[in-house]
Design a protein around this ligand. Structure first.
Ligand SMILES: [Fe+2]
Length: 121
């Protein structure tokens, strides 16, 4: 995907339309996913603990970039956001049918119970 030979590759000689910006964001997301794939392959391919830690950290930063870009995409294209939500809902229904309870990322940081949660009982 890298094309460093021509430093002007990808530079548009005008401001993008909103539709072009949406397409550019999709391309950015694809680039982040590709970076995650490559970094993860390198983490798996080395036993050097320092390299593993640094590259895994960079890989995880790319995952955060995917989240940022998807959120931006949904802001720019609310109709697409509806389709994403529809797909998410379908998978959640399937998980529910299978009796699998998924925790949200924010739920995963919370302890199962605390002393405070018992005080209200
Ligand atoms: Fe990134």
């Amino acid at each position: 995907m890298a094309s460093f030979a021509n430093p002007f590759t990808g530079i548009v000689p005008r401001k993008m339309t909103k539709e072009e910006l949406i397409q550019a964001i999709r391309l950015n997301i694809a680039g982040e996913l590709e970076a995650i794939f490559v970094y993860d392959a390198h983490v798996q391919a080395t036993d050097d603990p320092v390299a593993k830690k640094v590259i895994a950290d960079i890989r995880d930063e790319e995952k955060a970039h995917v989240g940022e870009l998807i959120t931006l995409l949904h802001h720019l294209d609310p109709e697409e956001a509806k389709h994403f939500a529809e797909g998410e809902g379908e998978v959640k229904e399937m998980l529910e049918e299978l009796g699998i309870v998924e925790k949200t990322p924010s739920d995963k940081d919370k302890p199962e119970s605390t002393i405070g949660s018992l005080i209200d009982k």
